[in-house]
Design a protein. Structure first.
Length: 295
């Protein structure tokens, strides 16, 4: 084996060959890329990217109550986060439909309340280490139960998106028209919100409540700079999420950085590079020739 090949193998592959926790972290990121990132694409198409960030914090009080009752129990924190996330989604939608408050403002208010309540509940019993674990995740500490949970959420998301792809696309483009021609419009909307909560829960266990939405939105935004077609958009988004997660894990291992922030920063770097070179990015748009009309 040549020296460059040996160095490349030792840099790119040896962390995952030698250490089981790196392999589990990569498997967890693979599950998130396959499940959460396509959901993030539809969040972006619905212009609800910031709503996804608000929902990621909405699960915190329920997860904190589960932590208060059972400690760092996967099942207790998942059940509590699921109940809290669905409750906030329903409350925010109900307030937006029956008051002058718009849905984005309603989500923002519940997000602030949820984040503050969750941090306070954890602080009542836990330490600063526990709080950092909840806020920033522990992707390098994923065990078999957490991987099974992430794989289950990813499988549910893939099947649901495959079965309801046309409904979701139409709901993104013209929800009023979908409501006029089909009785499944409420199912498409609320079913999609359930998928958002499930995948944010999966991201919460791996990347924490502050970073969970990163693997949903950043690859989706990156892919949108390369294509406008839904099929390639989903494929590029998933590929970007996988590449960013792999590179972020390598960066965290070799440079001794926190894994969750390293992954999200790598995804952000891919987005910035795409802005510079992608055909639909702002720089390419300035270089594109414009039509000139003459009388």
């Amino acid at each position: 084996m040549t020296l460059p090949a040996f160095l490349a193998e030792s840099f790119l592959l040896s962390p995952f060959i030698e250490f089981g926790f790196m392999r589990r972290a990569l498997a967890g990121c693979l599950a998130l890329a396959l499940g959460a990132t396509p959901v993030g694409v539809f969040l972006m198409l619905r212009r609800m990217s910031l709503a996804g960030d608000a929902m990621s914090h909405a699960i915190l009080p329920g997860a904190a109550i589960g932590y208060l009752i059972a400690g760092l129990s996967l099942s207790a924190m998942t059940l509590g986060g699921l109940i809290a996330g669905l409750a906030v989604a329903l409350l925010a939608g109900g307030v937006a439909r029956h008051s002058v408050i718009k849905e984005d403002a309603s989500l923002a208010t519940f997000y602030l309340i949820s984040l503050s309540a969750g941090v306070l509940i954890i602080s009542l019993r836990g330490s600063n280490v526990d709080l950092l674990h909840v806020l920033f995740g522990s992707v390098l500490a994923l065990d078999d139960a957490a991987l099974l949970l992430l794989a289950t959420f990813a499988s549910i998301s893939i099947v649901a998106l495959a079965c309801g792809l046309r409904l979701l696309v139409l709901d993104c483009c013209d929800p009023a028209f979908l409501g006029h021609i089909s009785r499944l419009a409420p199912l498409a909307h609320y079913g999609f919100m359930v998928l958002v909560v499930l995948n944010l829960l999966g991201g919460f266990h791996a990347l924490g409540t502050l970073m969970a939405v990163g693997i949903m939105i950043l690859p989706a935004a990156t892919a949108r700079l390369w294509t406008a077609n839904i099929g390639p958009l989903l494929l590029i988004a998933v590929g970007s999420a996988l590449a960013g997660a792999y590179a972020g894990l390598l960066l965290s291992y070799h440079v001794n950085l926190p894994a969750g922030p390293a992954i999200v920063l790598t995804l952000g770097a891919l987005y910035l590079v795409s802005m510079a070179v992608a055909p639909l990015g702002p720089l390419a748009a300035r270089r594109r020739p414009r039509w000139h009309f003459e009388r």
